[in-house]
Design a protein around this ligand. Structure first.
Ligand code: NAP
Length: 274
């Protein structure tokens, strides 16, 4: 029985599936949440590899500065929008298709985090977080799939978080949104594989960005944003479904999530300080 399972695993390695990986000449990249943090660093890195990167966020001035700072083979094209605006996201994809001819990669990265304690839960915090983190992803996802379906190929990466693996302190709305994104990516992968659209989920631990600046505790294995971008880009070039880093931390959290609950709560309290 165990032998058979081993055989099944060895003949079904993710690496053997060889899903589509975009090259700069295939078409443009669209990345949301590119005015700051991880999105900005990934946009830069992909442009340096020769991609035309359409960079979206609400801050038009920051996107322009980012575009102006790039020189070399690739290019960053500012495309300011609010991801909660469904029509704007739809228009963005159409604009990319009109201008670049094809959309080969979409990275749905825009996200927000509001720390919450259970003694002070506010509907506004849940609404805001779910609108951006879930609604914003769906608004970019559906038109991207449509465009890639027509082209017969594409790559989509959804930025979730280790906070989506299981409950963490202060992560009520955020964890809810990121757990949903992981499940969504897993679910869609079954169909998208057959459509030659590579679906990946990105699950960072703590990365040094404006988003984590509001944390008032010491963040274990905090990673530099350029290093995080390197991991993202390497992951996009690979075949693994999950792109996760820093692995020493994210694998630990993964492991802890398999513990029985009394041990899980104890371990998470220890790791996060509760
Ligand atoms: N940093 C971490 O430790 C960490 C860990 C796990 C997961 N993540 C995830 O990684 C992603 C990026 O995080 P980050 O740390 O780079 O965050 P960040 O530095 O705060 O940047 C967030 C980006 O999202 C954009 N954004 C926010 N709301 C938006 C909206 N309504 N419409 C369009 N753009 C919007 C922001 O630009 P504007 O304000 O200009 O719109 C900004 O460019 C997020 O999904 C986050 O949840 C981060």
């Amino acid at each position: 029985m165990i032998e058979r399972f081993g055989e099944f695993i060895s003949t079904n390695k993710e690496d053997d599936l060889a899903l589509y990986t975009a090259k700069p000449e295939d078409g443009a990249v669209w990345i949301t949440g590119a005015s700051e943090g991880i999105g900005k660093a990934v946009a830069r890195s992909l442009a340096s590899k020769g991609f035309i990167v359409y960079a979206s966020a609400r801050s038009a001035d920051k996107l322009k500065a980012l575009a102006d700072s790039v020189s070399g083979r690739g290019e960053i094209v500012p495309l300011s929008l609010d991801v909660t605006d469904r029509e704007a996201c739809d228009k963005a994809v159409r604009k990319i298709l009109d201008e670049a001819g094809s959309l080969s990669v979409t990275i749905l990265n825009a996200g927000t985090y509001v720390p919450q304690r259970a003694n002070d839960l506010k509907f506004e915090d849940f609404d805001k977080t779910l609108d951006v983190n879930v609604g914003g992803v769906l608004n970019g996802l559906l038109p991207s799939i449509d465009a890639m379906k027509q082209a017969g190929r594409g790559q989509i990466a959804i930025v979730a978080s280790v906070a989506g693996y299981g409950g963490l302190p202060k992560n009520g709305a955020y964890g809810l949104s990121k757990a949903g994104l992981i499940n969504l990516a897993e679910t869609l992968k079954f169909d998208l594989d057959r459509m030659n659209i590579k679906m990946q989920v990105i699950t960072p631990g703590f990365i040094d960005t404006p988003l984590t600046e509001k944390n008032d505790f010491s963040m274990p294995f905090l990673m530099d944003v350029d290093e995080a971008a390197k991991r993202v880009v390497r992951g996009l070039e690979g075949q693994r479904f999950e792109i996760t880093f820093p692995r020493r931390f994210t694998y630990l959290i993964k492991l802890v999530n398999h513990f029985a609950y009394p041990l899980y709560f104890l371990a998470v309290r220890k790791i996060t300080g509760g």
